[in-house]
Design a protein around this ligand. Structure first.
Ligand SMILES: *Cc1c(COP(=O)(O)O)cnc(C)c1O
Length: 420
């Protein structure tokens, strides 16, 4: 095969599409999900109030995670909102989180009129650095939201110790991290006070949209249940509203599909791990690429590579452009900007432009979200992070095509740069 890059007119390594989360071959949906949906329709009970599927899903997910409480809701963002609602911050209180995540991690903080405070991330994993988190703690801090990014475990043992020292709630965002394992073999999502999951289309298992929040704490569970259902204590039979909440109730239709999907989760994660291990083996000898490690604990939602541009011969954007031309599903940087540079935050586009809750008072100081706030996050996004899109349906030959394209691009980009 020619060594000329497709970018420069060579024949692409790959000319057929890879399976994705938007195609039947890249999802695990089938007749069992259809049958479960039909069962709910036949019952005529589509709402979780008086239904059976949502309680069964909560029971089954709690059992899978070894926790007494799982609360189903309408999305991963909603699950995180249940968690922040249970923290019940006062306006201007602070919640420390990461600048490298889906905006669903941040929305609940803003919705509850708290201030997101961004800790910087580890330059090789993009996951919050506990030392940076601790440096962000103030007398107004109420909680930490850690993200198990792309399926890799966040350092939640260290974060739990910080939370304990300062009396904070630790929330684990597990939207990308089903069955991710911590060093002691327990699941990510069970070390903090609350773990939050998403059932959105692109996640490991899906019912279109949906979410689950788990906890071992009876009080937090009760607060989250109320928050998901307008603050209404249904079990008492009384029509009253005890606390502020939303209508985040999952329907029986979503739960019926999610229950079937859960039975496939272990297989999905195992196939993602096996395919990732094959790619790691195929890329190991390439200099200047940092590859994901400890794959037997990783959920491999995405396959992140961190480049050393000086050694690898190019930046993430140069690699992404060349690999895309070879027919490989990659993107550079994961996000276009750290989340604090999105206009909603950098220009404070909420609450009528009043600047609330980022001004003093109610905040303890005026907050600005400028360039340079988290240098490691910016370097990953701007220069070093190359994300290979991942799917449990990747075959050995799919993975080998990715490896072949990386070898070709690596050779070509390094040869056009002076040796270092
Ligand atoms: C997907 C995702 C969310 C939000 O989940 P939705 O179901 O899309 O609302 C939150 N956090 C992370 C890290 C995610 O990947």
């Amino acid at each position: 095969m020619s060594d000329r890059l497709a970018r420069d007119g060579g024949t692409p390594v790959r000319s057929t599409p890879f399976p994705t989360a938007m195609d039947p071959q890249g999802r695990t949906l089938g007749p069992a999900e259809a049958e479960a949906l039909a069962r709910v329709i036949d019952s005529a009970r589509l709402s979780s109030n008086g239904g059976t599927e949502v309680p069964a899903l909560e029971q089954e997910f709690g059992t899978m995670y070894g926790v007494p409480h799982a609360v189903a809701c309408t999305s991963g963002t909603a699950a995180l909102h249940l968690a922040v609602g249970a923290v019940d911050p006062a306006p201007g209180d602070e919640i420390i989180t990461t600048p490298v995540t889906d905006f669903g991690t941040i929305i609940p903080i803003l919705a509850q009129n708290a201030v997101p405070v961004f800790a910087d991330v580890d330059p090789l994993t993009g996951i919050v650095d506990p030392a940076s988190v601790e440096a962000c703690v103030s007398e107004r801090t109420r909680a930490i939201i850690a993200v198990h990014l792309m399926g890799a475990p966040a350092p939640v043992d260290d974060l739990a110790a910080i939370a304990r020292r300062h009396g904070l709630i630790l929330i684990e965002d597990c939207a990308q991290a089903y069955l991710t394992e911590l060093p002691d073999g327990t699941y990510a999502g069970t070390r903090g006070h609350i773990g939050c999951f998403s059932l959105q289309q692109y996640k490991h298992v899906t019912c279109g949209d949906g979410g689950l929040a788990i906890t071992g704490d009876d009080h937090l569970a009760e607060q989250m249940r109320l928050f998901a259902d307008k603050g209404w204590p249904r079990h008492t039979g009384e029509r009253t509203h005890l606390s502020f909440g939303m209508n985040y109730r999952m329907t029986e239709l979503q739960a019926a599909v999610a229950r079937v999907q859960l039975t496939k989760l272990a297989g999905v994660v195992a196939r993602r791990r096996a395919a990732a291990a094959r790619l790691v083996a195929g890329l190991r000898e390439l200099e200047g690429l940092h590859l994901p490690n400890e794959l037997d604990r990783h959920a491999v939602w995405l396959f992140p590579v961190v480049l050393d541009p000086e050694v690898a011969g190019g930046t993430n954007a140069e690699y992404a452009k060349a690999l895309e031309a070879e027919g490989i599903p990659v993107s550079d940087g994961y996000l276009s900007h750290p989340v604090y540079r999105y206009p909603v935050l950098s220009h404070k586009r909420l609450y009528g432009g009043a600047g609330f809750p980022f001004t003093c008072p109610p905040a303890r100081r005026d907050w600005e979200y400028g360039e340079g706030l988290c240098p490691n996050a910016e370097e990953l996004i701007n220069r070093t992070w190359l994300i290979v899109h991942w799917n449990e349906a990747y075959s050995d030959s799919d993975v080998d095509d990715i490896a072949t394209a990386f070898h070709r691009v690596h050779r070509a980009l390094r040869s056009t740069r002076p040796a270092v």
